[in-house]
Design a protein around this ligand. Structure first.
Ligand SMILES: *Cc1c(COP(=O)(O)O)cnc(C)c1O
Length: 233
């Protein structure tokens, strides 16, 4: 993928986001674009950066750390969005500003303990397995209230909201349903610090924005197809 293609794709995605914001009567710039750069080389990230993109999401710790080193001079905000193994929490806690994929108290406690002194709290979202698929990470919706209560107590984390990867659907109304359900469940918690809905990927960003997404996580539409089509988290 060339520099120009990434620049063009970025423009198009921003136009789609703006249009979806308008369609949902939401304020301009209420949705943040997170560029998902897993499996893509540092050059692709640099191209998007040069075109103005600042937030990048990665799924694999070792791969992410290598890219962070290569791009050390760039003012990038790094988000971890992949499944979390307990033996990787220290690297994640220290090298990312955001983690979208927290799905147990054990992992949350480790991230809080390992964040390191003098750092701002780590922004975290709880991943909810909203379509209740066996193959996906994430807590059940029924666990959300309890885990929110527990994670909110951890000193070096800032609980920001939820992340979801619903089962793929092509129909717009069907794409909206799981996001609507999760949005309402979060609203029912009545906790104003929960301001983040990490909803929507390349194929369902309009539906996600119509149901309250504040961060959309876009890989393919920005960087092109991934050679390694490993299933997402
Ligand atoms: C890979 C990935 C994405 C990006 O998906 P695309 O369909 O390529 O836009 C978003 N979120 C998560 C958690 C991912 O693993």
């Amino acid at each position: 993928m060339t520099f120009m293609t990434i620049t063009d794709n970025l423009k198009q995605i921003h136009a789609q986001i703006s249009q979806a914001e308008r369609a949902a009567n939401r304020p301009p710039h209420s949705v943040l674009l997170l560029a998902v750069s897993k499996t893509k080389p540092p050059e692709a990230i640099a191209a998007a950066y040069q075109a103005g993109q600042r937030h990048f999401g990665e799924n694999y710790v070792q791969e992410a750390l290598a890219k962070q080193q290569a791009l050390g001079a760039f003012d990038i905000t790094w988000h971890f969005i992949g499944p979390i193994q307990a033996n990787k929490t220290k690297a994640i806690a220290r090298h990312f500003a955001w983690v979208h994929s927290v799905d147990s108290l054990k992992i949350a406690k480790r991230l809080s303990e390992q964040r390191g002194d003098g750092k701002t709290p780590l922004n975290v979202c709880l991943q909810v397995n909203i379509s209740a698929e066996d193959s996906k990470s994430g807590i059940a919706l029924a666990q959300l209230a309890d885990l929110c209560g527990q994670v909110s107590q951890l000193p070096n984390l800032k609980l920001r909201g939820v992340m979801a990867i619903p089962a793929p659907q092509t129909d717009f109304e069907q794409q909206r349903q799981p996001y609507k359900t999760l949005y309402q469940a979060v609203m029912a918690l009545n906790n104003p610090t929960l301001d983040t809905f990490s909803f929507g990927m390349s194929d369902d960003l309009q539906a996600a924005i119509s149901e309250g997404a504040t961060i959309v996580r876009i890989g393919t539409a920005l960087f092109g197809a991934r050679k390694n089509t490993a299933t997402v988290g």
